[in-house]
Structures are given as structure tokens and as C-alpha cells.
Write a protein that binds this ligand. Structure first.
Ligand SMILES: C[S@@+](CC[C@H](N)C(=O)[O-])C[C@H]1O[C@@H](n2cnc3c(N)ncnc32)[C@H](O)[C@@H]1O
Length: 676
């Protein structure tokens, strides 16, 4: 670099010399070993649903994204727009319909969730959430609701093939774009930084990728997730192989990074084919980490061969003391034809290997084996209300770690395509969906001991992740819940056709052809309902024999991301628009009912939150929430921090208190500045 310093010193103009020296210093400071890419390319988001108001940043439809104007004024039905280029101001008068409002990344946005449709199969369960949005803004919204709350993030970003598989600033990226890799890395870097803040302290992030960006992505992730435990899993994607010269590629990768205080628990050896066995009803196979090197697993057998009839000699009562939870006696094996007798006397009760659904299974050990296990102090009794489970303390030697080479045929892309064919009845619904089993296995690795895990996929595409999570819940029990985000990209061919027909972005006729509206939501809905909207039952079976037509006992809420005017929020006129965010923050429980702010307070019966809308009714509100033991969030609308503090002290319900709307406005104003 010394030569460049000499050259700088030769620059005569002092101002130019100082400027160049400062820029070179920046370059030196930023240059690091490893990944170096141009991070300065501005990324814009296109807000088709937001009118191009006075003062808004706009671009002309179809023009280059770098050409950003500001709306200066309106003259009749025309808009006057201006931009400054190298100190020269250009103004133009145009038709407002030609303009699209944009935000530069880093400019504050104030998001809202606009409800589109819900699917409710079981009111007692929380809702999975699908958000139609550019993921950058959705991640900002999720930071408001769920910072540090996600157990797992699984994403499958565009692979940057050069085949126009993703858009930067509204342009498809192709092979001729010399900034292709920098743009992709800039896009990923911004999102991964936000994603990291969304993960729990023991969270796991798993990213699917192929050779084209693998090495760049690994370096990027290594710098963002510094200090995490880093793994690359090689997965089969196409057994026949793909690619031209030299080698034929059959694999791709999963980068699995585990937070410093996280662990991916090994699996019980008996679960060697975890995703394909019929494990339905065996919700209790889930191990609990007893914060040491041991795990607890049921003494009752699960999975294949676990029925009473499979080994009658392993069906007998074990007597426990309900108070002390000690094992006091073991009964002898019962003949198959003898029905188990309930026994409950003097605080002693009999436990049989019968699962929660009443299916008679068998213990993992025979009579003698159970006695040995008791002597070795390996068994513990766990009480869950009136139900008692006998578990065995297991050590890692009873378990197998996850391996990093996944070659099962069912993990191939063709398996994903087969599902989409079942669901939509056609081949071309979505290019390259992932295999439901590959995604399920990845999520299962990180959540088999976390039955209530919160999972995020912010490149959801056709929605495979939701189907995989539902499959895991059905097969293993649990209430894993996912949040999916995907944009409403319309493919190039259809876009051209729609333009010809006079439809443009933002127009419902146009938008209904986008991925989120035409593929992701219908797929998730059909998979949960087990049928299409026209009533046709879904054909096909999962590998464990479960029919798709059976659907899943799950709920889903579909939203579109909208944008609010912060002045209106400050004026407290936007309660109805903000309400879905409050519902999401409180765990997406109970059907979301919209309501306006024409009331003193709002306490939905089936959701664990309450909102005080008119401060002067605090006493009545406090009285009303005192009866609710389930509340996790209490929102208080007030302009005064003192009043908020005072109310928080006096509140009679449990749960976190949140000051509206200050908290919302500050979050998006300040956090956005921090993100860039
Ligand atoms: C590779 S696909 C994911 C496929 C998915 N795993 C599946 O099995 O169907 C990536 C998806 O992310 C979407 N996407 C790309 N950029 C996005 C962005 N900035 N915000 C939200 N979604 C985006 C694309 O439209 C595409 O549907």
C-alpha cells in the first residue's frame, strides 16, 4: 500500500487529497482475510401497496432501481418528482400511476400484518403464521415480536444460479450481472444479521445451499456466527447427478450452526429411522435434557414393535407411590388375553405401558430387566397432573449423534416435487421444492427434544417447512410452531403476460399469481385440511403410511405485510392495524378477532393478552384482567412514561407490560438505524 500513499501525497488539491486518503483508509480498515465483497450496493424495497405521497421516495415503474426520485408536489392529476445528480437538480412531471414508492434499506418502516385468511382445525393449539412480504421487513417486524425467541431458523435461499432465480432491486439476476455474487452476499448478510438476533441463546440456524455459493456463504456465516459450533452436512439432492463437465453433482449442503450455549442432542439408537417409522401417538419419545450428560427416555417402548402383542412378556404393572414418586413394586407379566386392572389404593397406583392415546404398548425391558434397572437406580417417575410416566436415565452411549452425510433417497428434490403434484395435481406449481423429509430431518435434529420449538423460515418458497413441521408434530407429538415468510414473486413469463393484459404489481389481479398467494398459502392450507378448496381429498401417503387426506390437527394464519403512517400510529388511530402484531407477540394463540379502538379496553377471551386503550379506565381494566391467569402480555396505551410505570406497578395480572404506541414507534425508528 505504500505506493498508493506516495501517489496520494502527490495530489495537489488539499481537499481531494484528504478525501482520497480517507477513502483508502476505509478500504484498509475493512479489508479482512476471507470474504471481501462490495457491500455498498443500495437495496431498495418496493412498496406497491403504499401510495406515492408527497415527500416519498419513488422510482418509475420498470426503470433502473438506482434512479430514485422524491415526490416534490402534485399539480392537478400529475406528480412533480425531483432528483439530484452531481449537484444538478432534475424535475419531471409524471403520471402518479407510473411511480412506485420505495424505501432504502435502513430507512424506517412501520409494519402491520394485514390478515388474509385463516385455517383453524384445533382451537386449543397456537397458529402457524405465513407472512407474504420481502423478508427484510418481515425480519424487522419479527424482531419486535420475537427477538431471541426462535429455537431454529431453517432457510433455503435462492442459490444464485444465474438463471434468473431471484431479484435484487426488482430485477432478476442473471449470468451477465458482474455484481451477481456481491449482490447476493449483500442481500444475505443483511438478513443473517437480523436472523441471528432472532435466535435463542441456544438456537440453531440451518441454511441449504449448493456449490455455487457454498464457499461464500460459509465465510459469511463464519464471520456473523463467530464462536458458534459450525457444521456442514452433505445431502443427496439428485441421485442421477447433474452438471456438465468433469463431475456429476448429486449433493448439496446444509450449513448447520449451533449457538455457543446450544446442543443438538443425539438420537436414541432405537430411533434409527426416525422419520419413516409409524411413530404416531408416541409423543412421549421426546427426551428431556437433564442439564448433564444424561437424558430421560420413556421406559415404554415406542415405534415399530412397541405394541403389547409384539412381546406380551413385557407387559406388566409397575407400582408407584403417587406422593414420593418412588417405585414400590413390580407385577408379573400378564397373559395377552388378560386386561390390565386399574389399581389405586393408599397412595399407591399401578402404571402399565399404555400411551396417552390408550394404546397398549410394552416396556423396553422384561420383568427381570426392570428389577435390574430399579436396582441400578436408573428409573425415575415423572408426574404430569394425574398421569405418571416412568422414564429411564440414559447416557450418551445409548444414543447416536447425527451424522453429516445424508444420503436417503427420500431427501432428493424429486420427493419434494412429488408432494407438490399430490397437492396441486400438476407438475409446474413450483420449481425445486425441497423434500419434506429432508427439511423434517433437519428440523427434527434440532428440535426432537424441544416439542414446543418456535421455528422460522424466511425464504419459505412453496411452504415445505410448514408441512415438515406438521408431520413432525403428528409423528412425535408436540406443538412445534412455525413462522414462514416469503415474497409474492410472479414469474417472468406470467409478469409479461399480465402487463400485456394491463395488470401491474399491487393490483389484486396481478398479485394473485404470486408465489405466496398462489402456491405457499394454498399448499399449507390443503396440507392441513387434507383436501383442496374444491373438496378433492389429497392423494398419496407419507412414508410412515399416513395419508395426506388425513390432514393435520393444526392452525394457520396468513398475512400480508402492510405499512403504517407513523403519525397516524402516534395519533392512536391504528389499533386495528396493530392488533395482529400484538396477537403474534402473545404467541398466536386463539382465533384473531379484529376490533376497532372504540372501547375502553380489549381482552380477547381465547388469547393471552389484554390491551388498555383508554387510560382513564385503568381501574376497571385492572379489575377485569385480575381474573385472567393466562395472560402473557398486557399492552397499555399511554403517552406518559410515568403513567406507564405506575400502571405496571399496580397491575394485577402476570405477563410482560408493553407501552403502546411508543414502544412500537421507537422500535422501528431506532432499531432500523441500528440495523444498517
Ligand atoms: C429456493 S426457494 C425456497 C424453496 C422452499 N424451501 C421449498 O421447499 O419450496 C426461495 C424462495 O424465497 C423467495 N424469496 C427470494 N427473495 C426473497 C426475499 N427477499 N424475501 C422473501 N422471499 C424471498 C423466492 O421467491 C423463493 O420462493
Amino acid at each position: 500500500m505504500a505506493r498508493i500513499d506516495d501517489l496520494i501525497n502527490e495530489i495537489g488539491d488539499e481537499r481531494v487529497r484528504a478525501g482520497v486518503a480517507a477513502e483508502v483508509k476505509k478500504l484498509r480498515d475493512n479489508k479482512k482475510f476471507g470474504l471481501v465483497f462490495e457491500n455498498h450496493l443500495p437495496e431498495l424495497s418496493y412498496l406497491y401497496s403504499v401510495p406515492a405521497a408527497k415527500g416519498a421516495s419513488v422510482v418509475k415503474r420498470g426503470a433502473k432501481a438506482a434512479e430514485v426520485y422524491r415526490v416534490q408536489s402534485f399539480a392537478g392529476d400529475k406528480a412533480v418528482i425531483r432528483r439530484d445528480i452531481e449537484g444538478v437538480t432534475e424535475t419531471e412531471t409524471v403520471n402518479p400511476q407510473e411511480l412506485v414508492a420505495v424505501k432504502r434499506y435502513g430507512e424506517a418502516i412501520y409494519p402491520a400484518l394485514l390478515p388474509v385468511e385463516t385455517v383453524t382445525k384445533n382451537e386449543a393449539k397456537p397458529y402457524h403464521t405465513l407472512i407474504n412480504s420481502d423478508n427484510y421487513h418481515a425480519l424487522q417486524l419479527l424482531l419486535y415480536c420475537y427477538e431471541g425467541k426462535f429455537d431454529v431458523i431453517y432457510i433455503d435461499p435462492p442459490y444464485n444460479t444465474g438463471e434468473r432465480d431471484w431479484k435484487y432491486n426488482n430485477d432478476f439476476i442473471d449470468k451477465t450481472d458482474s455484481w451477481r455474487h456481491s449482490k447476493w452476499l449483500s442481500m444475505m448478510s443483511k438478513r443473517l444479521h437480523l436472523a441471528k438476533r432472532l435466535l435463542k441463546q441456544d438456537g440453531v440456524i440451518i441454511v441449504a445451499i449448493d456449490d455455487l455459493e457454498y464457499s461464500h456463504l460459509a465465510l459469511l456465516m463464519n464471520s456473523i456466527f463467530d464462536g458458534w459450533s459450525k457444521h456442514t452436512i452433505v445431502t443427496l439432492v439428485n441421485a442421477r447427478g447433474k452438471g456438465g463437465a468433469n463431475f456429476s453433482r448429486v449433493h448439496e449442503y446444509l450449513l448447520a450452526y449451533v449457538a455457543p450455549s446450544g446442543v443438538v442432542l443425539p438420537l436414541p439408537k432405537k430411533l434409527d429411522e426416525p422419520l419413516f417409522e409409524d411413530l404416531e401417538n408416541s409423543e412421549d419419545i421426546i427426551e428431556e435434557d437433564t442439564n448433564s450428560n444424561t437424558f430421560l427416555a420413556p421406559l415404554r417402548r415406542w415405534g415399530q414393535g412397541s405394541r403389547r402383542k409384539d412381546r406380551a412378556s413385557m407387559f406388566f404393572p409397575i407400582y408407584i407411590n403417587k406422593e414420593s414418586l418412588a417405585i414400590v413394586d413390580v407385577g408379573t407379566p400378564m397373559p395377552l388375553e388378560e386386561e390390565p386392572e386399574p389399581f389405586d389404593k393408599d397412595g399407591i397406583t399401578a402404571i402399565y405401558p399404555i400411551d396417552k392415546k390408550g394404546i397398549q404398548r410394552r416396556w423396553r425391558y422384561g420383568y427381570e430387566g426392570v428389577l435390574d434397572e430399579i436396582d441400578a437406580n436408573n428409573l425415575v417417575v415423572i408426574a404430569d397432573g394425574n398421569r405418571f410416566e416412568i422414564k429411564r436415565k440414559e447416557t450418551p452411549t445409548d444414543y447416536v449423534s447425527w451424522k453429516t452425510l445424508w444420503t436417503k433417497e427420500e431427501f432428493a428434490g424429486s420427493s419434494g416435487a412429488r408432494f407438490l403434484k399430490y397437492i396441486f395435481g400438476r407438475d409446474d406449481a413450483f420449481p425445486y421444492p425441497k423434500s419434506v423429509y429432508a427439511v423434517a430431518e433437519a428440523i427434527f435434529a434440532a428440535t426432537h427434544n424441544r416439542p414446543n420449538a418456535l421455528i422460522l423460515d424466511f425464504f419459505a418458497g412453496s411452504g415445505t417447512t410448514l408441512q415438515s413441521v406438521c408431520y413432525l408434530n403428528a409423528n412425535y407429538g408436540g406443538n412445534r410452531r412455525c413462522v414462514l415468510v416469503t415474497n409474492n414473486e410472479v414469474n417472468e413469463k406470467t409478469t409479461k403476460q399480465l402487463y400485456k393484459e394491463g395488470f401491474i404489481e399491487g393490483n389484486p389481479e396481478f398479485e394473485k399469481h404470486g408465489i405466496a398467494e398462489s402456491v405457499t398459502f394454498p399448499r399449507c392450507k390443503y396440507v392441513i385440511n387434507g383436501k383442496r378448496d374444491d373438496g378433492t381429498p389429497l392423494p398419496g401417503k407419507y412414508l410412515n403410511g399416513r395419508e395426506l387426506a388425513k390432514g393435520f390437527d393444526e392452525n394457520l394464519a396468513f398475512f400480508k405485510l402492510g405499512f403504517l403512517d407513523p403519525n397516524q400510529v402516534a395519533l392512536k388511530t391504528q389499533f386495528e392495524a396493530v392488533l395482529p402484531i400484538l396477537w403474534l407477540m402473545a404467541g398466536a394463540k386463539g382465533k384473531l378477532e379484529l376490533t376497532d379502538d372504540n372501547k375502553a379496553f380489549y381482552i380477547p377471551e381465547n388469547s393471552p393478552f389484554a390491551v388498555l386503550l383508554k387510560e382513564r379506565y385503568f381501574a376497571e381494566f385492572n379489575q377485569a384482567i385480575a381474573k385472567r391467569e393466562d395472560l402473557t402480555h398486557v399492552f397499555l396505551v399511554t403517552d406518559s412514561e410515568d403513567a406507564f410505570r405506575q400502571m405496571t406497578e399496580e397491575i394485577k395480572a402476570s405477563g410482560e407490560t408493553v407501552m403502546l404506541y411508543k414502544n412500537y414507534l421507537d422500535n422501528f425508528r431506532l432499531n432500523t438505524e441500528r440495523d444498517v
